[in-house]
Design a protein around this ligand. Sequence first.
Ligand code: SF4
Length: 297
Amino acid sequence: MILQDIIELYDNHMARQNEKNRQTRYVGKETWFHASGAGGCHLKHLLASCGIEGTEQGKSINTRVMRLGTIVHEDIQAALIPVDWKVHTEIRNEAGQITYTGDELLVEDEITLPMWNVRGFYDIANINHKDKIIQVFDIKTAAAYKFSIIFGRKPDTMPSNMYDLQLSTYALGLAQQFPDYELQMYLLYYKKDNSDFRVKTVGTENLIHASNYWTAVNEFVDANKEIVLRLNAECKIIAEKDGNPYMAFEHFKTGIRQFCNPGQQLNLPCVGFECNPLYCNKAVLCPSRLHISKKRK
Ligand code: SF4
């Protein structure tokens, strides 16, 4: 066995794990928006909600980076599951209303927000039923540069708010269950270079931003879904006729310009790096030239 065999076996293993995760969590639920996509390009949500998968996000090295993040998540969460001193008791009064006592530690649980058609899985929630406080944590792995622009002496003055909106979406999901509880939100950063931990508190004003974000996504999707479904049907016919998807992709790109201008329109994308095909599996279908023009400079 040579190094190449080991790498190939590992890449195949990751592909199987990712597929298992996709089958368990997302198959049959394709019409829901993903909470983890909060703060991202509205067009990506639109295409995903029409069942348009796009292309594989190629490079194995990116899959390995994501896998490392998943492993860190799983390890931290596994450490919390045996914490059995967190117990809560359900109390039902005569009118059938349920209240709770004690604390509750929840790990990797699902939230749904039907009014926005959003679902997802938060990392950690600690619910203090006595004081009515919910602490929600989202684990993020970051390399040294990212860490330095968050916690270093010269922090990024215009940071992306994607993580804040994701976490707020999970918090809104929990708030549905416990509407009169205070919400506290934290991003728990794990530095990949030296395994250091740092916490960033996320302000509750982001709950409103998340709510506005999902309202805007729904409006954009409702207004344009029909066109995209029609385009997709036309593209299938073209691809079958040509035996080659190239013209179908071009037809799709032209069609998208009927209703939006990706790369030059607010929220399409929300931040420039999203258009990198390594992050956007819809890039092959999208007329945005943000990534191409960056490479040509
Ligand atoms: S390429 Fe950019 S604009 Fe197009 S769908 Fe992807 S993120 Fe959105």
